[in-house]
Design a protein around this ligand. Structure first.
Ligand SMILES: [Zn+2]
Length: 144
């Protein structure tokens, strides 16, 4: 296992190499100095999506959602808390399927919310339907 982990900055998308032991809530991006592990969902767009999928050594979980989707909005507070609790274990992100339809189509997203977990650049798990916080933590722990 490498001593270093690659972490894509949520703010500027620079790929940081961080010593595994130093990866904590205080870690900052070497380029823009923003916190590397913000403890809240990272907003993904067509501009940074592939970089986050390929460039993070931590597992990446993406919530495919939309502003008009009631169950998505209901799940949002639990998802934010999951992001805070898992800040050093996984990259927790969200993608607005309304503004980023190309990516939603590429992944064949037919219902939302849908969670997709990626590891080493590949999809490893997928789950549709809203979950509460215990359900989210369980699914992310088992899948990502
Ligand atoms: Zn940065």
């Amino acid at each position: 296992m490498s001593d270093h982990l690659r972490v894509v900055c949520a703010h500027c998308a620079t790929i940081n190499r961080v010593l595994r032991d130093r990866l904590n809530a205080g870690a900052r991006c070497g380029s823009c100095k923003e916190p590397l592990l913000p403890g809240r969902p990272i907003e993904l767009t067509a501009a940074n999506f592939d970089r986050h999928v390929a460039g993070n050594d931590l597992p990446l979980v993406v919530d495919f959602w939309a502003p008009w989707c009631g169950p998505c909005r209901m799940m949002a507070p639990a998802y934010e808390r999951a992001a805070a609790q898992l800040a050093t274990q996984a990259r927790i992100a969200k993608l607005d399927t309304e503004s980023e339809q190309g990516i939603a189509t590429r992944f064949g997203i037919r219902s939302i919310p849908t969670l997709v977990a990626f590891r080493d650049g590949r999809e490893v798990a997928r789950q549709s339907g809203a979950m509460d916080l215990p359900g989210l933590l369980r699914w992310i722990g088992a899948s990502a």
